[in-house]
Design a protein around this ligand. Structure first.
Ligand code: SF4
Ligand code: SF4
Length: 125
C-alpha cells in the first residue's frame, strides 16, 4: 500500500510528473482518462511534487511522518537459564540443520560457562 496519495483537487496539469527529479511519477493517457502513476521504489521522498502542485492535491504527509508498521512476527526461543530471548525458532532450526547439531537455547552470558542445571539452581536463590 502506497502512502503517496493524490486528492480530488488534481486537474491533471502534470507539473508533478514533469518536475519529479527521480522519475517516480509518470502519466498515461488512454482513450478517456489521464492516469498518473507513482512508483514508491523510485521515490526519493523529496517533497518537490508536493511543494509545486498548484492544486495542493498531493497528500503524501504519511510518506514523511509515517509510523512503523508490523511486517512480520516470529516465534522466539528463550535462554533456558534466564529466559532472555536468544534467537527466533526459525533461525535456530536453520542453523541446527546447517550444523547438523541442535543449537542450545542459551544466551551469551550463560552459554558454555556452567551447566544449565547449575544456573537453574543459582537463578532460584
Ligand atoms: S501537479 Fe498537482 S494538479 Fe498537477 S497533475 Fe500533479 S497532482 Fe495533479
Ligand atoms: S517526493 Fe520527490 S521523488 Fe517522490 S514523487 Fe515527489 S518529486 Fe518525485
Amino acid at each position: 500500500m502506497s502512502n503517496f496519495k493524490v486528492n480530488e483537487k488534481c486537474n491533471g496539469c502534470l507539473a508533478c510528473v514533469q518536475n519529479c527529479p527521480a522519475t517516480a511519477l509518470k502519466y498515461f493517457d488512454n482513450e478517456k482518462k489521464r492516469e498518473i502513476l507513482h512508483n514508491i521504489s523510485l521515490c526519493a521522498r523529496c517533497g518537490h511534487c508536493w511543494r509545486i502542485c498548484p492544486q495542493d492535491a498531493i497528500e503524501f504527509k504519511d510518506l514523511i511522518t509515517g509510523e512503523f508498521e508490523l511486517v512480520t512476527s516470529l516465534n522466539l526461543v528463550h535462554c533456558r537459564v534466564c529466559g532472555e530471548p536468544v534467537f527466533t525458532a526459525s533461525l535456530g532450526e536453520k542453523v541446527s540443520n546447517d550444523l547438523k547439531a541442535v543449537v542450545e537455547a542459551l544466551c551469551p552470558e550463560h552459554k558454555g560457562s556452567e551447566s544449565v542445571s547449575t544456573w537453574k539452581k543459582l537463578s532460584k536463590k
